[in-house]
Design a binder for this molecule. Structure first.
Ligand code: HMG
Ligand code: MG
Length: 304
């Protein structure tokens, strides 16, 4: 393994719950997020300030942010697609998110399906959002989805990913303070795809400065994470018990399960800061809410 420690952002409350049909109360979401922040993850992506027409499951983002426990020192982030989303986030005053996540893609079709905008238009929308975040000293996470393949257009040339990253850097994303988060949206990647990706983007975004966001549709996410760690990646998104998906990526399953990543790393001597037992509490809570078993392997073996 390369890094001696990795940073984990838990995305279950956002990437997971955005994709669940079951109505989950604000109380239950808040309890889930509080359990996650007690587990030792560095960051929790708690909700999205996107259009409630597009993602009704997260239409209660304000209430969630008003009520979660902020005493743990965990960074709480939220997705924001445009100025309206940022306005909503900032209206929360001292209860606002600690970090703002904007999102675009390396696939034109996915970008349109997900945000009703071309890649260029999403970047235009980011301009005022980035400017205001900088004015407010709020760090930014900039997601690039479909870094290996698109659910509509198939394989994506890594050169296109490099191009989008370069455009984000031109817009003022500063990887010493902000994150560039590479989304393998549909879970098709194998380790050689991850090598090709980092080979192609390395001159604009070194692995050590990137975050990797893997989905586990085909059971290859952990292998990809392992290869990425060998290449120097030290920041990963993952979701509790493998919850997740994207409503605009048909067929995509949940994220890499946080417990699986923690287990692999800790067993191999790489520190995550996460206590598995605490994470299992969060997984059991969300399984009860959804009324089904969740797919994470370590959660099923030891925590369910
Ligand atoms: P649009 O329909 O083109 O926007 O959507 P619009 O400006 O025409 O607005 C339509 C309506 O939405 C209006 O309301 C706006 O006020 C309202 P109306 O006048 O009809 O009553 N609206 C908003 N309401 C609340 N908050 C807002 C907001 N903006 C507009 N921020 C838009 C454009 C970007 C808003 C829409 O496409 C959208 O919200 N998309 C988000 C979709 C989404 O959340 N997808 C999942 C997250 S991305 C993901 O999962 C991938 C990731 O995990 C990485 C990976 O795996 O690759 C991150
Ligand atoms: Mg995702």
């Amino acid at each position: 393994m390369n890094a001696s420690a990795i940073r984990i952002t838990e995305v279950g409350p956002r990437d997971g719950l955005q994709n669940e049909a079951a109505a989950i109360s604000v109380d239950d979401k808040v309890a889930f997020i509080n359990l996650l922040s007690a587990s030792g993850v560095a960051e929790v992506e708690a909700s999205s300030f996107v259009s409630g027409k597009w993602v009704p499951q997260l239409g209660d983002a304000e209430e969630v942010f008003q009520r979660i426990d902020r005493s743990s020192g965990v960074v709480f982030s939220a997705l924001v697609p445009n100025e309206k989303g940022l306005e909503r986030a900032l209206s929360l005053g001292h209860k606002r998110p600690d970090k703002i996540a904007v999102f675009t893609a390396a696939s034109e079709t996915f970008s349109r399906k997900n945000t009703n905008a071309s890649i260029g238009e999403t970047l235009q929308r980011f301009k005022p959002v980035i400017a205001q975040c900088k004015a407010e000293a709020l760090p930014i996470r900039a997601y690039v989805s479909c870094v290996v393949a698109c659910p509509y257009d198939g394989p994506i040339d890594p050169a296109r990913v490099r191009d989008v990253i370069a455009r984000l850097l031109d817009l003022g994303i500063d990887v010493t303070r902000d994150d560039i988060d590479l989304g393998e949206t549909i879970g098709v990647a194998v380790p050689t795809d991850i090598e090709r990706l980092y080979d192609a983007i390395g001159d604009v975004l070194p692995p050590q400065r990137s975050t990797l966001h893997l989905h586990d549709t085909r059971g290859t996410a952990l292998a990809c994470a392992y290869r990425a760690i060998q290449l120097g990646v030290a920041s990963f998104d993952a979701s509790c018990a493998g919850l997740g998906g994207c409503p605009y990526a048909p067929g995509a399953a949940g994220n890499l399960a946080t417990e699986d990543l923690v287990y692999l790393c800790e067993q191999m001597g790489t520190t995550t800061g996460v206590k598995l037992d605490a994470l299992f509490n969060a997984g059991r809570h969300v399984s009860r809410l959804l009324g089904r078993t969740l797919p994470g392997r370590v959660f099923c073996a030891d925590g369910g």
